[in-house]
Ligand binder design. Structure first.
Ligand SMILES: Nc1ncnc2c1ncn2[C@@H]1O[C@H](COP(=O)(O)OP(=O)(O)OP(=O)(O)O)[C@@H](O)[C@H]1O
Length: 302
């Protein structure tokens, strides 16, 4: 588990992270979502003790990173995939990391295998594609078999196959009971990857919730309705809800401002047959734009 309490970071006059409190739970993939400059990387650097909070604290399994005796066994991170010596082979890079963290050499072959890099283990890391570099970075994060994993924008620049591989790998890590914390500004990607979301804007917490709940809360209630007695139902709804004109060929219309159970009960109490009653969920993009609008506008006006 990763826990932040009142976490704050100032860089001179810039407030990068502002009184941020959240908890990242084990056994799930948690997305860390926010527009550019929201403070995601700064937060992750503070988790890893690479930056000092101005105020507040952040702990991994209840401890400050800097107080961990063998940190790689507690938390593994991929912040920058290109952080390798270009002339070292993938295996040599991992061996160097393992040695400096008192990790047995045989673990290097295990992690190479886990990320599917065994066939290219002897190749220079500098010649790797971005997707292979990401895998090597993930292998490094897994060396100490940590319970907590953090990835900063891991799918940035990857092709669809690479994105799918990372997504599935993260789910696998979470299914093993690990805490998986992954940052992104790619909203559609997070909708498919993360079960929970921590959304920030201008360093402040906007939402911490399940992905499904986040989309539901942030998008306006809209219910698609189809009925052979549509006119009668529309009459009954008028005054209680906003009823859009039937746009679809099948005569379906969309109702705003009341939920599906209200419409269902209203129809039942008047003996109206329903052929369709389906809540329309907005996309994560819409939800995100709506919730971060203020913080983005403020940012743009700076
Ligand atoms: N070392 C630093 N010195 C000064 N300002 C910094 C430093 N690091 C980050 N910032 C500022 O802090 C704010 C948050 O930056 P951060 O990189 O954490 O955001 P982010 O959400 O990761 O954004 P992105 O998705 O663009 O990487 C930005 O305004 C950034 O310019």
């Amino acid at each position: 588990m990763i826990e932040a309490t009142g976490l704050t970071k100032h860089y001179g006059g810039t407030v990068a992270v502002d009184d941020l409190s959240f908890a990242v739970q084990p056994g799930r993939v948690t997305g860390f979502l926010g527009p550019n400059g929201a403070g995601k990387s700064t937060t992750m650097r503070m988790v890893l003790g690479l930056d000092h909070p101005t105020r507040g604290r952040v702990t991994v399994d209840g401890r400050d990173y800097r107080s961990l005796h063998r940190p790689l066994h507690v938390v593994g991170a991929l912040l920058d995939a290109k952080w390798v010596h270009p002339n070292r082979s993938a295996r040599a890079h991992l061996q160097w990391l393992a040695r400096s963290n008192e990790i047995p050499a045989k673990r290097v072959d295990e992690v190479l295998d886990l990320v599917g890099l065994t066939p290219v283990a002897k190749r220079r890391a500098g010649s790797f594609s971005l997707g292979m570099s990401q895998r090597l970075g993930i292998a490094g994060a897994l060396l100490g078999d940590p319970k907590v994993l953090m990835f900063d924008e891991p799918v940035n620049g990857l092709d669809p196959e690479g994105i799918l591989w990372i997504r599935q790998f993260m789910h696998r890590l979470a299914d093993e009971g690990r805490t998986v914390f992954v940052s992104s500004h790619l909203l559609s990607e997070m909708a498919q990857t993360a079960q929970d979301l921590i959304v920030i804007g201008r360093g402040r917490l906007i939402a911490q919730t399940s992905t499904a709940q986040f989309i539901k809360d942030a998008t306006e209630d809209a219910v698609r309705v189809r009925s052979p007695q549509a006119d009668r139902l529309r009459e009954l709804l008028a005054g209680r809800a906003r009823v859009a004109e039937a746009a679809a060929e099948d005569g379906a219309f969309v109702v705003h401002g009341v939920d599906s159970s209200f419409i269902g009960e209203l129809a039942a109490s008047h003996g109206i047959t329903l052929h369709e009653l389906s809540p329309q969920l907005g996309s994560l993009e819409e939800a995100f734009m709506q919730l971060t609008k203020e913080s983005v506008e403020y940012h743009a006006a700076d």
